[in-house]
Design a protein around this ligand. Structure first.
Ligand code: SF4
Ligand code: FES
Length: 386
């Protein structure tokens, strides 16, 4: 899963403050295990095995340290966080420490009783991902039978239990035409927020880029649909529209700027500046088993490496947007240009921009896209695991 708190809130403060202040949010990837096999999975190519996951006590310590550091929100994610039988114990400690707790879930393994228990222990918010509102298509994308109906049920429980609900809809070529129905579904569920999240192509999703890439016309149309719905649903539902990089002119400030607002803890305890940062060679990732979270945030090599603007090369170095978008996404720069310190190729000033756009145009124009390489533990396959 690739979704955390809205980025706008991190983007405006001066860089000099960035190192000294606490992150707003921590993404706790409790496990990489997941019953779904989505081709756009944002987890790394090498998944952490169950026997290497942090223990209950270690995750509880992470929660306490996060609160001490001044973090406000904990996003309990995965994989699928509900496959951890000790989720309740982790939520309870996080809530007692004063953290706002958000469960990022595919929903399919939840029961109403468990959700109620989580709520009673202090869970504040649920973010439910959907693949599509066409049940057969959702099944094809996730390789999970009956998933959509189960998600509808879970969304209903969340609202019945009085919790705020966000629907997260990763958008791509295979569901973009259904966007109006996805919006209607989120309204019907009583969601307060809908994330229309165009796929970001790094880690596993990069393997499936040619299958998933929508056309420019589809993207422009989807932006219009979101704009219209935003207006119509003012006061009912808020939208987060994750702009598709390949058709952008300037990049988003990925993660709100490197090491400025978010930290990410993997199932094994590694602390990352962003969920895809393990794709960047040369970064040293500290582990919560060896070093305090606050020390990692302030002094960890991986957090220091691209924090602020001093690491930038041209054209970012002298660009007036340097402290607005922080040069875009380091992982995308790495994936497309081979150097994480390069300007994000989504930027029109990048020498790689034309090639970047050409890839999207060429892949999206293919009449028959390649079959999905499904996400699963073990070797990659084009047929889902049963
Ligand atoms: Fe942003 Fe760098 Fe492009 Fe300027 S050159 S808009 S700082 S990515
Ligand atoms: Fe790593 Fe953008 S995903 S910086």
């Amino acid at each position: 899963m690739n979704e955390i708190a809205p980025l706008e809130q991190f983007s405006a403060a001066p860089v000099v403050e960035a190192c000294a202040r606490a992150p707003v949010g921590l993404l706790a990837e409790l496990t990489h295990r997941c019953p779904l096999q989505c081709p756009y999975c944002s987890n790394p190519l090498e998944l952490d095995r169950v026997n290497t996951e942090l223990t209950t006590a270690e995750w509880q310590d992470v929660m306490r340290q996060a609160a001490e550091l001044g973090i406000l929100q904990i996003h309990l994610s995965g994989g699928e966080p509900t496959v951890r039988k000790d989720l309740e114990d982790i939520v309870e400690v996080a809530a007692k420490a004063g953290l706002y707790t958000n469960l990022i879930t595919a929903g399919v393994t939840l029961t109403r009783d468990r959700l109620k228990k989580l709520k009673d222990l202090g869970l504040d918010h649920v973010q439910l991902s959907i693949q599509d509102v066409d049940a057969a298509n959702a099944e094809k994308i996730s390789a999970y039978k009956g998933g959509f109906e189960k998600k509808r049920e879970v969304g209903k429980w969340v609202r019945e239990l009085g919790m705020p609900l966000t629907i997260n809809a990763p958008i791509h070529r295979h569901n973009i035409e259904n966007l109006p129905n996805i919006i209607n579904f989120a309204v019907e569920m009583g969601a307060g927020r809908l994330e229309v999240a165009n796929i970001q192509y790094y880690a596993w999703a990069l393997k499936n880029r040619a299958s998933l890439m929508p056309t420019r016309a589809q993207v422009l149309k989807s932006a219009e649909i979101v704009e219209e719905a935003k207006e119509r649903l003012k006061g009912v539902m808020v939208f987060d529209f994750v702009v598709p990089d390949y058709y952008a002119k300037t990049p988003k400030p990925c993660m709100g700027g490197w090491g400025r607002g978010v930290m990410n803890v993997t199932p094994h305890g590694k602390v990352l500046p962003c969920h895809a940062s393990e794709t960047i060679p040369g970064l040293v990732f500290d582990n919560v088993k060896d070093r305090r979270l606050a020390d990692i945030w302030l002094n960890g090599q991986a957090f220091q490496k691209y924090r602020g603007t001093s690491w930038m090369k041209e054209p970012c170095r002298s660009c007036p947007r340097a402290e607005i978008d922080f040069g875009g996404c380091r992982c995308q720069a790495m994936a497309f240009t081979g150097d994480a310190a390069n300007t994000d190729p989504a930027c029109k000033f990048s020498p790689y921009h034309a090639a970047f756009v050409a890839v999207a145009e060429q892949e999206s124009a293919e009449a028959t896209p390649p079959t999905f390489v499904y996400r699963r533990m073990g070797p990659a396959k084009s047929t889902p695991e049963k």
